[in-house]
Design a protein around this ligand. Structure first.
Ligand code: SF4
Length: 219
């Protein structure tokens, strides 16, 4: 199944725009309960004004809130971003840490966020279990676990570590484009022959094809 996914989505990349590990970290914090597309609309101006931890730590919280308002939960996110910037300066010499244990000491940063940063900013393999990854892992029959950390460990045993970051991205892409949460487009799915859940979604080929989202829907 993973080989089929790799063929379907050969060029995997993070859909958030960033130019440094710090910018990716901030973008991932902003992406909670928000689309990547919306985050990418907000970050160019944000990173122009506050490109690094020292500028971000020195910002006025009200200005930061204004800049990220459209991403939702902006007060909590602004507080997390300002505080994590201060902590990167005081605890990590101004550099985003490169271990999971250190990253999750930062406010607003859980295992999911940390693994995205490790994988896409530092090339350190990590499994990012978001809602798509969990749902697809269960539909694929890879695990019956519901808890994201348990899903992470269960699937990690099935797929080689060097593939973990790409795997995460491919699962997210497949979840967004074809294996939708409410009604998956089964009749248009490249995994149809292999997936034990084939048939739970749309089985009319024409209707299923119309449900498939393209890259353009996320940019
Ligand atoms: S066959 Fe259906 S349930 Fe299985 S991965 Fe494809 S869209 Fe999802």
């Amino acid at each position: 199944m993973y080989r089929v996914l790799s063929k379907r989505y050969p060029d995997v990349k993070c859909e958030l725009d960033f130019q440094s590990p710090f910018q990716l970290l901030v973008a991932v914090v902003l992406s909670a309960q928000c689309t990547d597309k919306r985050v990418n609309q907000v970050t160019p101006a944000l990173f122009k004004k506050y490109p690094n931890p020292s500028k971000m730590a020195g910002c006025k919280i009200a200005d930061l809130e204004d800049a990220i308002r459209s991403t939702g939960f902006f007060r909590v996110k602004a507080k997390s971003i300002k505080t994590l910037s201060e902590m990167i300066l005081s605890n990590f010499h101004g550099d985003v840490p490169q271990t999971l244990d250190e990253l999750i000491t930062l406010p607003g940063v859980g295992r999911k966020t940390a693994n995205v940063v490790l994988g896409h900013a530092f090339g350190i393999p990590g499994i990012t279990v978001d809602t798509h990854f969990g749902r697809l892992s269960r539909r694929f029959g890879w695990t019956s676990e519901e808890d994201p950390v348990k899903v992470e460990f269960a699937v990690g045993k099935l797929i080689p570590e060097k593939e973990w970051t790409n795997l995460s991205q491919r699962m997210i892409w497949h979840g967004r484009r074809i294996c939708h949460s409410r009604k998956p487009a089964c009749a248009a799915c490249p995994l149809a022959d292999l997936c034990p859940s084939y048939g739970i979604g749309e089985m009319d080929k024409v209707k299923a094809m119309a449900m498939v989202k393209s890259d353009a829907d996320f940019r």
